[in-house]
Design a protein around this ligand. Sequence first.
Ligand code: A3P
Length: 356
Amino acid sequence: MAAQVPSESSKNDGDTKTKTSADESPPETYSDLISTLPVRGGWVMPLVLYQNYWLNPARLKHIIPVKEHYKPRSDDIILATYPKCGTTWLKALSFAITTRNHGRHTFAAAAAAAAADHPPLLITQLHPQELVAHLETPNPAAGDLAAIEKLPSPRLLATHLPLSLLPPAISTCGCRVVYLCRQPKDVSISLWHFGNGMLRGGRTTRSSPVQLDASVSMFCEGISPFGPFWEHYLEYWKESLARPQHILFLKYEEIVSDPVKIVETLAGFFAVPFTEEEKRIGVPEEVVRLCSFEVLSGLESNRSGDVTRGDDLVIGKSMFFRKGKVGDWENHMSKEMSEKVDDVLKDKFKGSGLVF
Ligand code: A3P
């Protein structure tokens, strides 16, 4: 039987022209809802426009309930990212920081690590994508929203959702959000590789690779998963300016340029600052090393097998580690493509104070 659309979401679909007018009944199933949404092909999978964001329709059944059913707690930590901005890295760093003294994290692996006196990150056998429960992407290791509700506090959670698709209580309950973004040109290239990587694994219905110029053009139009990227960035940016105590806004490039400083900032933000003794013996540096591209991408648990997700897509674990470099766009984009992105950045971020 098709999944039912939660009542609240069917009442309010913003600009998406769902069946909500007085003479039509609201959509009862996700298939009904999806059939009412604007759709665009051209990406690895068609995307639909839901409440101003382009989303994979297969994920809507996990995305929509988050607003109604995720109950943020005052001590939740939410890692929010636009895809390809370094989610895997941020999850690993945050997990390593918060479990460094063992026992606080809910996954059994952390308890095992405590017993064996090893850093939990190294013995979990879990990919960083699975280590931290993702609000809209259930996976077998972390579970779904119902499992998240049962996690003891304090919870470490992650999401790709824009602020506007999260419960409004996020802004009032006192929880903390780390938002990680990245130079959009690098995001565009990383997304393009990732999408075509899914194709090569035979994991989508599309048969031919997406061409780079088409991918960059769609990205610049805002048509990319969870796009427009600028709306995504700006929602969190504005919130971070309004509530800096609760929203820590970071760029991938800042972590690359001074990872120890950012690891210390994260620990402070998570309310588990490094002690002077930890700093003296180099614990922040060790967290950086453990979570480096080289170490993480070399772990067997990150090299083989798949990450299964709520959209029925199965993605190779190694696909989350490609180059991990700043400025790789220069090896791919033509002058025209680069200028096209520059124009978008100039236009969309104008006056915001957010620069790349
Ligand atoms: P590239 O494709 O540019 O190499 P996400 O985790 O949000 O999907 O982002 C993936 C990007 O982060 C990829 O970028 C990937 O290589 C990079 N990445 C993954 N782990 C990393 C790490 N430990 N350090 C730096 N970059 C990392």
